[in-house]
Design a protein around this ligand. Structure first.
Ligand SMILES: [Zn+2]
Length: 299
């Protein structure tokens, strides 16, 4: 009798379908996939290569959102196009930037560093608020996998133990990654760098890097001539300028040839060109360090 009961329990939990979990960006999908390993695969809304800051849902994606058992997303500062969807569908949602314990930085869009008195050169598309690129501090990724496991446990209590165990393993992996990056990036500390868009504040703060300026103004706009001229000033004393995956490298190339900066490999801080899945997040962080070091060392 006990044997039969045990067999039934096993059968029931094997048949319990996990909820449909919908995620916004490749990084969120990756962290969620780590937590769901062996149970299910979260859906990624963003099309491969698409700019997360500037995207529109297709009807099939809106339908996925409609039927989601859980939506995991960074927050409205990252994907404004998803904010309305999350609100109107009323599906259970976990906003990662609002998870307690998240280390937050303010967006630098309205910072004073470009104040030059003319008041017209540096109009920014950002209006301040939270800088959404918070996964570039791995401590946040570690905090988030635990929060994701907690929300999944509510949506799918049958698999709560698996989610908790996966989150613990993911945290250990992320903490190890963080220590490894801190060690590897030491040669890049205090070497001023230019980047494509204003995504690297968390990475810089965590590992002691110096970002001297970014080509794009705010997050989703092409640079103007006045901004590029001011940027050349900001980049005096910098060593490298990095283009970015999914964006035209010409502005970086022009800056490099005008200023004598080394041009680094394209960085991919949002994982837009990478294969989605649980391995994306550690691969993304490792590739950022590899790319930065390749240029800093003159490779
Ligand atoms: Zn961004």
């Amino acid at each position: 009798m006990r044997g039969i009961a045990l067999a039934l329990v096993t059968l029931t939990s094997a048949l319990a379908a996990p909820p449909q979990v919908v995620t916004d960006t490749p990084v969120t999908q990756s962290l969620t996939a780590m937590v769901m390993a062996g149970v299910g695969t979260p859906t990624l809304l963003l099309d491969k290569g698409a700019d997360p800051h500037d995207f529109q849902l297709r009807p099939s994606q809106a339908a996925a959102l409609e039927g989601a058992g859980l939506v995991v997303w960074i927050g409205p500062e990252m994907t404004p196009w998803l904010a309305t969807g999350v609100q109107t569908t009323g599906r259970p949602a976990l906003e990662l930037l609002s998870v307690p314990g998240t280390v937050l930085r303010q967006a630098s869009g309205d910072e004073e560093e470009h104040e030059d008195g003319t008041g017209q050169d540096h109009e920014q598309s950002h209006t301040g608020g939270r800088d959404p690129h918070a996964w570039l501090d791995p401590r946040n990724a570690a905090t988030w996998v635990a929060a994701i496991a907690g929300e999944l446990a509510k949506a799918d209590p049958d698999n709560a133990a698996a989610y908790a165990a996966n989150a613990t393993a993911a945290q250990a992996r992320i903490i190890e990654l963080d220590a490894d990056l801190a060690h590897r990036l030491e040669p890049a500390r205090a070497v001023p760098l230019g980047v494509y868009h204003d995504a690297y504040g968390y990475l810089a703060a965590r590992y002691g890097l110096t970002i001297a300026g970014s080509i794009a103004q705010g997050d989703a706009h092409d640079p103007g001539a006045a901004h590029l001229a001011a940027l050349e000033d900001d980049l005096k004393g910098a060593l490298c300028i990095f283009p970015e995956a999914g964006h035209d490298a010409r502005a970086a190339e022009t800056l490099a040839s005008d200023t004598g900066l080394r041009i680094g490999p394209p960085l991919d801080p949002e994982g837009l060109a990478m294969d989605p899945g649980p391995g994306l997040y550690p691969a993304l962080m490792t590739a950022l360090a590899d790319g930065i070091l390749a240029c800093v060392r003159g490779g």
